[in-house]
Ligand binder design. Structure first.
Ligand code: UT7
Length: 337
């Protein structure tokens, strides 16, 4: 931008996504594979969730490995070198370690040593929370180039003996490079919220300070995801609908003006119910849950990257991203591409 730190503060700037990338591990696990290990069926999984297969990382791979591949692709498209990145925000619920952050590990892998790096823990909403942070720090002139990543290795915290959860999740990463632009383009609005009272409905009980890992917590399988699916489902539809409406209102546009809605890919029935509630036609809703399952914070950026790859987003299009996750947390952003 060629601005000095002094006059940056005066500016009101827009923020746009200048490049996207995604990565999923090679190994595919189909519903038929799961039929062999738990009491489930391809019919149950596909009719209740829309999921047909998911990608699972190797034992030695960590979340930052997936994040690095997605980030490199986004940086290449944006034409941004590692040394240009000034901030790295990683949305993840499956960090490499509790600390240091996965963002710092990613920084090392990218060689992006001019960046401040930190994680955002908002589960499936992590990428949208990160995007909102990026928009804010760019808009207020703090930095110019922000790398936002949503990356997960949920397979590592999945209880492969629990059919209620093990059929749902997959591993992957998606990334976006966010840069300044003229106001009125790029990310037009962002809306976010949370409700900590409902945290118990979807959680990883042990491994933090509340329940440090002990033999007992391991025996009780408290280091795996626990979810009350049906209650999460109802809250997801409600919250995704209202946060999407709020972001549209803030952007001063109507749902019927959207060229594409990219919802969090947890369950095809949640996606359809959210679109119905908003009044968005199904041909304007991006779906790839059948290929990847629920990849939590990675789902929205993977979907965004794929939608662009398939030519579903053209210059000038109006796109809305919306997500919901553990916490509960929710968020939406309206983008003029
Ligand atoms: O990313 C954000 C967070 N996560 C989500 O958004 C997920 C939200 N929830 C969901 O997607 C759905 O609630 C599920 C897909 C998890 C479950 O679908 P549901 O229609 O809500 O089913 P249910 O939990 O009410 O279970 C119905 C039946 C139960 O049997 P009974 O009690 O009726 O005899 C379950 O035991 O389905 C049974 N069931 C299964 N059967 C075969 C649960 N999981 C399976 C399975 N295979 N994998």
């Amino acid at each position: 931008m060629g601005t000095t730190p002094e006059n940056r503060v005066e500016q009101i700037r827009g923020a746009r996504i200048a490049g996207t990338g995604s990565f999923v591990p090679l190994r595919v696990m189909t519903n038929a594979d799961l039929e062999k290990t738990v009491d489930t069926s391809d019919e149950w999984i596909s009719t209740r969730t829309g999921i047909r297969e998911r990608h699972i990382s190797d034992d030695g791979a960590s979340t930052s490995d997936l994040a690095a591949e997605a980030a490199k692709a986004a940086m290449a498209e944006a034409g941004v070198a590692a040394s240009d990145i000034e901030m790295i925000v990683v949305g993840t619920a499956t960090p490499d370690r509790l600390f240091p952050s996965t963002a710092c590990r990613l920084q090392e892998k990218l060689g992006a040593f001019n960046a401040a790096a930190f994680d955002v823990l908002a589960a499936c909403t992590g990428f949208l929370y990160g995007l909102t942070v990026a928009r804010s720090v760019i808009g207020s002139g703090v930095v110019d180039n922000v790398l936002v990543v949503g990356a997960e290795t949920l397979s590592k915290i999945t209880d492969w003996t629990d059919r209620n959860t093990c059929v749902l999740f997959g591993d992957g990463a998606g990334a976006a490079v966010v840069k300044p632009c003229e106001p009125g383009r790029g990310i037009l609005s962002a809306s976010m919220g949370s409700d900590g009272r409902l945290g118990y409905l979807l959680e990883l009980p042990a491994g933090g300070s509340l329940h440090p890992v002990t033999e007992q917590t391991v025996q009780n399988r408290m280091h795996y995801i626990k979810m009350r699916g049906n209650e999460v489902f109802k809250n997801a539809v409600r919250a995704m609908g209202s946060v999407a409406e709020d972001a549209l209102l803030k952007a001063g546009v109507k749902a019927e003006q959207l060229d594409l809605l990219i919802p969090h890919q947890a369950n095809l029935r949640i996606i359809k119910a959210t679109a119905r509630r908003l009044g968005v036609d199904s041909d304007k809703v991006f779906v790839n849950v059948h290929k990847y399952g629920n990849t939590s914070s990675a789902s929205v950026p993977i979907a965004l990257h794929e939608a662009r790859g398939e030519g579903r987003i053209k210059d000038g299009d109006l796109v809305e991203l919306v997500a919901f996750g553990a916490g509960f947390t929710w968020g939406a952003a309206v983008i003029r591409w």
